[in-house]
Design a protein around this ligand. Structure first.
Ligand SMILES: Cc1ncc(COP(=O)(O)O)c(C=O)c1O
Length: 423
C-alpha cells in the first residue's frame, strides 16, 4: 500500500502499537473459536456475527442424528422442548441475569411487542410510553403500534431530555423503551441512571440490548432493570436470523400478562385446554413452537463465550475502538471524515462510526479490499468490533485501506454506487 512520506513515521508508530497491544491481548487466542477467512478484516459483527467454529458440527448433529434419526423423539431425548429456557439462561449469564429470567426465541421485533405491551399492562392508568426519536426503526414502529392498541400516547424523548420530561410528566409514564447503545453513532448511555430515573417516576424500564448483548457488561439484575430484549445474531454470533431473547425480572413474572398467548407459554401445554393459563415463571414468555435448528445453532455459538468474562470483552473492545479512533485521527486527516462516536470510553459501545458524504460507495470499495463494515443512511460508515475475533492490527489495516480507497477515488467506481437490497 502507498503511504506518503509524511505519514510513514506515524504509520510505523501505529504498527508498533498494534503489535504490542495484540501481543499483550489475553483474548487473542479466542479468534480460533471462529471460522473467518484469513484475507478478511471483519468489522460487521454488530450486524451479523462471524461463524463460531462450534456451530457447523453441532448443527450437523442436530440435523442428521437428532432430527434424521431421533425424529420426534428428540423433543424429549435431546431436550428440544427446554431449549428456549436453556439458551435463555446462557444469554442471561452474559447479561448479568440470574437463571430463570430469560427466554430465547422469535425476533427482537416480536419480543419488543410482547415486552412493551406487558410492561404497559403492569402500569394501568398511566398513559405515556417514552422512546427515543433516534431509536432503531422497528422499536419506533412497535412503540407506536402498542400505544395505538392500548390507547396510550408515545412521547419521543431523546435520552438527554429524559430528566426534564420525567420531572414534568413522570407520574404518567407507564414504560420507557431505550437502547443503551445508539445503533448509528455507537454512543453508550448510562443504563443505571436512565433505569433509576424512569423507575423513580414509577414507570418500568425496557432496554433493547441488540447492540449490547455480548458486547459489554449490562448487569440487568444489579441495575434492577424490569424488562429487556435483544437479538441473537450480532455480538452473540448466533447466525443470520438467530432467535432473539426477552428478559423479565423475576419480581414481575407472576403478574406479566403478555399479549401473544401462545400454547408454548401455557402452564400445561400438553393439557391442550381451550383456556389460557400462563406458566408460572418466565416460561410464560414462550409463544409458539421454537425454531429448533436456529436455537441449537445459537446454543453452540454461545460456547465461544465459555470461560470469558464480559469485563475482559469490554476492556479489549475499548482498546480496539480507541485505537481505531487514533488510527483515523492520524491517517484520515483532511480526507473528509468525522469521527462521530464519543471519544470518552464510558460513552461508547463496541463500534466506531465515521461520517463521510460518500459513506455508501466507500463501504463498498472497502469491502472490495477485504475490509467489511457497513453503512447507515445517510452518511455513516460503521465499524463494529467483536473483541473475541478482532485484533488491533485489523483496526490499522481497515483505516489504511480506507485511506487508500479515498486517495485513489475507488469509491467513484459506478459499480459501488448502485444500492444493494441490504446496505
Ligand atoms: C436496536 C435494534 N433493535 C432491533 C433490531 C432488529 O430487530 P429484528 O431482530 O426483529 O430484525 C435492530 C437491528 O439492527 C437493532 O439495531
Amino acid at each position: 500500500m502507498n503511504v506518503s512520506a509524511e505519514t510513514a513515521p506515524a504509520l510505523e508508530e501505529l504498527r508498533a502499537r498494534a503489535s504490542a497491544l495484540d501481543t499483550a491481548d489475553p483474548l487473542a487466542a479466542q479468534r480460533e473459536r471462529f471460522v473467518l477467512p484469513d484475507d478478511i478484516v471483519y468489522l460487521d459483527g454488530n450486524s451479523l456475527g462471524a461463524l463460531p467454529a462450534a456451530v457447523p458440527g453441532a448443527l450437523a448433529d442436530v440435523v442428521h442424528r437428532q432430527w434424521g434419526t431421533g425424529l420426534i423423539r428428540s423433543w424429549n431425548e435431546h431436550q428440544w422442548w427446554q431449549a428456549p429456557l436453556r439458551v435463555g439462561d446462557l444469554i442471561g449469564r452474559l447479561l448479568g441475569a440470574a437463571p430463570g429470567q430469560t427466554v430465547a426465541g422469535d425476533s427482537t421485533t416480536v419480543q419488543l411487542f410482547n415486552g412493551l405491551t406487558a410492561a404497559a399492562r403492569l402500569r394501568p392508568g398511566r398513559r405515556l410510553m417514552l422512546t427515543d426519536p433516534g431509536h432503531f426503526p422497528t422499536d419506533q414502529y412497535i412503540a407506536d403500534s402498542v400505544a395505538r392498541l392500548l390507547g396510550l400516547e408515545v412521547r419521543w424523548v431523546a435520552v438527554d431530555d429524559l430528566a426534564r420530561c420525567l420531572a414534568e410528566q413522570g407520574h404518567e409514564v407507564a414504560v420507557a423503551g431505550y437502547s443503551p447503545v445508539d445503533y448509528r453513532t455507537g454512543e453508550l448511555h448510562d443504563m443505571a441512571a436512565v433505569t433509576s430515573a424512569v423507575q423513580e417516576a414509577g414507570g418500568l424500564m425496557l432496554w433493547d440490548l441488540c447492540h449490547a448483548a455480548g458486547a459489554l457488561p449490562v448487569r440487568l439484575d444489579e441495575l434492577g432493570v424490569d424488562l429487556a430484549v435483544g437479538c441473537g445474531y450480532k455480538f452473540l454470533s448466533g447466525g443470520p436470523g438467530a432467535p432473539a431473547f426477552i428478559y423479565i425480572a423475576r419480581r414481575h413474572q407472576a403478574a406479566v400478562d403478555q399479549p401473544l398467548t401462545g400454547w408454548n407459554g401455557h402452564a400445561e401445554p400438553f393439557g391442550l385446554s381451550g383456556d389460557y393459563t400462563p406458566a408460572p415463571g418466565v416460561e410464560r414468555a414462550r409463544i409458539g413452537t421454537p425454531p429448533i435448528l436456529s436455537l441449537l445453532a445459537l446454543e453452540a455459538a454461545l460456547t465461544a463465550f465459555d470461560g470469558i468474562d464480559m469485563e475482559q470483552i469490554r476492556a479489549k473492545s475499548l482498546s480496539l475502538t480507541g485505537f481505531f479512533t487514533d488510527c483515523a485521527d492520524t491517517l484520515l486527516d483532511e480526507l473528509g471524515f468525522t469521527v462521530v462516536t464519543p471519544r470518552e470510553p464510558h460513552r461508547r459501545g463496541s463500534q466506531v462510526a465515521l461520517r463521510h458524504p460518500d459513506a455508501y460507495p466507500l463501504v463498498r470499495a472497502l469491502a472490495a479490499r477485504g475490509v467489511i463494515g457497513d453503512m447507515r443512511a445517510p452518511d455513516l460508515l460503521r465499524f463494529g468490533v467483536n473483541a473475541l475475533y478482532v485484533s488491533h492490527r485489523d483496526m490499522l489495516t481497515a483505516v489504511r485501506h480506507l485511506r487508500e480507497a479515498v486517495a485513489h477515488g475507488e469509491h467513484r467506481d459506478p459499480r459501488f454506487l448502485r444500492r444493494a437490497a441490504v446496505t
